[in-house]
Design a binder for this molecule. Structure first.
Ligand SMILES: [Zn+2]
Length: 399
């Protein structure tokens, strides 16, 4: 049950019914395309005239296009309808402490443009760089009908102001990334926590069974983010701070975290934690082949080459990753938990450790499928596109 919010509601009128029907039709086209108007009327139970009127509107707005003729035993052949996958798109910006990625993605989450550059760690300097790139991309692809711009950040956004309010790994507070980009492009800009965006991407374009309505995304990079879709709905909380399990105390008096607390989950199970585990156990005199300050990628590569200390560091990270994931499985019993991050490149090594931890600590009988996303599919950037486009397909927020 969803409680009606008496401080913020909108009563239903004829436009509400049309809005709901439009979303149902869009979803039916997406799932069953190519599809005729008659088939849409049959599947939705709506009057044929209502379907035609909604379709005319969707064609006018470029969401849907007409294609080949369908086959029928007799009479006029129906025109088949498709989602206009390569004409409707969004710009996605994914900001991480080291790299910023920008992409132009279409309705089928195919990327026409993909760019990346080093993140300038001052928002007032990064804003104009991002804005210039986005404006250039939009100019170079005038054939696209742009629905908006999605920005994913390693932090939490105040849902009331749209400002980035908590991003310890960037060191930013109360940053406005939205207004400059909106002013420069005239497009609506939405910000979302990276893990929330990844959870939306999995719901929108992940190859999962239809019945998955409870899904958790865990992003593992410099920190750890958790995005939750429960009962088919993204959970943000009143202020947008829900899901900060990365800053849950896993070890009292543990290592100091960027948030100021000690022993947070991310101080034990993030890429930065793995680097620390490695440097703490490496020889005091660096050998020629080891960089003085190794990156997480260096450790992954060394582990692949059979370096025992690198392997030990990754196993320790996987152990704590499994411990935190056990907490999520016990607490939420999601149908699916997806892990996003470079660590998934070592999935054959990491997965059994995580599965063992979950089997050991989860005695509730929760049957959660734990899977890794493929880094090559740009899951964070897919999330930015999903956050802009999926809302046209989702149940409307009315009450
Ligand atoms: Zn913390």
């Amino acid at each position: 049950m969803k409680k009606i919010d008496l401080s913020n509601f909108r009563v239903a009128d004829s436009a509400t019914a049309r809005d709901i029907n439009r979303r149902i039709i869009l979803n039916l086209v997406r799932k069953h395309q190519p599809i005729s108007r008659a088939e849409l009327a049959r599947r939705s139970g709506l009057q044929r005239s209502t379907v035609s009127s909604i379709i005319d509107e969707l064609i006018g707005e470029k969401w849907i296009t007409e294609g080949a003729y369908g086959q029928v035993p007799r009479g006029r052949k129906p025109t088949l309808l498709y989602l206009n996958v390569d004409r409707v798109g969004a710009i996605g910006v994914n900001i991480q402490p080291n790299k910023t990625n920008i992409g132009l993605g279409t309705l089928d989450t195919h990327f026409i443009v993909l760019e990346s550059f080093n993140t300038v760690n001052y928002p007032e300097k990064l804003n104009p760089i991002v804005t210039n790139r986005v404006v250039e991309i939009i100019k170079s692809h005038p054939e696209i009908s742009y629905e908006g711009i999605g920005i994913s950040v390693p932090g939490r956004i105040d849902v009331r102001t749209g400002k980035l309010v908590f991003a310890p790994n960037l060191g930013w507070k109360n940053v406005d990334l939205k207004t400059p980009l909106e002013k420069a492009t005239g497009l609506p800009v939405e910000l979302e926590n990276a893990a929330n965006a990844c959870a939306l991407a999995e719901l929108w374009s992940g190859q999962h069974p239809e019945e998955v309505r409870n899904l958790i995304a865990v992003t593992v990079s410099e920190g750890i983010g958790v995005g939750m879709v429960l009962n088919g709905q993204l959970v943000r909380g009143t202020t947008g701070m829900s899901g900060e399990f990365g800053h849950f105390t896993m070890l009292e008096d543990g290592p100091l975290c960027n948030c100021g607390n000690r022993g947070c989950w991310e101080t034990l199970a993030s890429n930065s934690a793995c680097v620390r585990f490695y440097t703490q156990t490496r020889p005091t005199v660096p050998t020629a082949k080891l960089p003085t300050t190794p990156t997480f990628e260096d450790i992954l590569r060394l582990a692949q080459q059979g370096d025992p200390k690198a392997n030990h560091a990754i196993e320790k990270m996987a152990h704590y990753l499994g411990l935190g994931i056990s907490m999520l499985v016990v607490g939420f019993a999601p149908d699916l938990l997806v892990i996003v991050g470079t660590i998934t490149r070592a999935w054959s090594k990491v997965e059994p450790i995580i599965q063992n931890m979950v089997a050991k600590h989860c005695r509730t009988g929760a049957k959660t499928r734990i899977v890794a996303t493929d880094p090559a599919t740009n899951p964070r950037l897919r999330g930015t596109i999903a956050m802009v486009l999926q809302k046209h397909f989702s149940a409307p927020q009315i009450v």
